[in-house]
Design a protein around this ligand. Structure first.
Ligand code: ZN
Length: 255
């Protein structure tokens, strides 16, 4: 595997030509590979398609908590798609009680099904948890934490980070770590061991400073890595190496 940054969580454009440009710009910016994340059947199919087309793209298959109501209609095809060899994780799944676009019971049902699938297919699990720490850990307790689990776009503080780490999970930091008002997230990053710390863009959302408010893309993941370096007192090179190794251990390793 080529040396460079890893964007552990991005959403690529729906239009293939646009996605190809984004992928090319990432490569030029020193991104070795990225994980294109699905949030429902249509976006999961697109992510798998991009992973087939680009050797530096891997895919996830899953239902975002916002889309939990699609479980009944989309689950058989999602399950089948998840067996594809370029699919490295199930999710993003979990709870979003900030927006609560789906009822929380439906979010819990979709989350349980996806945790079980991660176990069954030996894939990593990508968790989205917003305003829902207790609910998230309760379901993980009930179903069992997959050995390779990531809390994506980590927005908690040190206490929540320690709780996630106590489950053996990894934490992934987004451009939020560069925002002025994110001292709590930076404090979380400073307590997480390098072996369990990943970085991501969550593009097209959450462009890091100084691009905040613009359309984000995987090429910007270096800005997240540089911010993590300054927070942890590690060198840029070291953060590139440790976050890439952590991403490899989660996504490109099977139990
Ligand atoms: Zn996402």
């Amino acid at each position: 595997m080529e040396r460079g940054w890893v964007d552990s969580h991005c959403h690529l454009p729906d239009v293939p030509a646009e996605a190809a440009e984004v992928v090319d710009r990432a490569r030029a910016a020193g991104v070795a590979w990225m994980v294109a994340v699905g949030t429902d059947l249509a976006t999961s199919r697109t992510a798998v398609h991009y992973a087939e087309e680009h050797d530096n793209v891997y895919a996830t298959v899953g239902l975002h908590p916002h889309d939990a109501l699609k479980l009944d209609s989309e689950w058989p095809e999602l399950r089948e798609l998840a067996t594809h060899p370029r699919v490295v994780a199930i999710g993003e799944t979990g709870f979003d009680l900030f927006y609560e676009h789906s009822p929380r019971d439906e979010q819990a049902t979709a989350f349980r099904a996806q945790i079980q699938l991660a176990h069954e297919l030996d894939r990593a699990l990508v968790i989205h948890s917003r305003d829902a720490w207790d609910e998230t850990f309760a379901v993980l307790d009930a179903v069992g934490v997959p050995p390779r689990t990531v809390f994506h776009c980590f927005t908690g503080g040190p206490a929540e980070a320690k709780r996630a780490l106590s489950y053996g999970a990894r934490v992934s930091f987004s451009g939020i770590i560069t925002f002025k008002n994110a001292d709590d997230v930076r404090a979380a990053a400073s307590v997480a061991p390098a072996t369990h710390t990943l970085i991501e863009t969550d593009s097209p959302f959450l462009a890091p400073s100084p691009h905040r408010g613009t359309t984000n893309e995987p090429a910007n993941v270096a800005l997240v890595g540089e911010s993590l370096a300054s927070v942890t007192g590690r060198s840029r090179e070291e953060v590139m190496a440790t976050t890439s190794a952590a991403a490899t251990a989660v996504f490109l390793t099977r139990s």
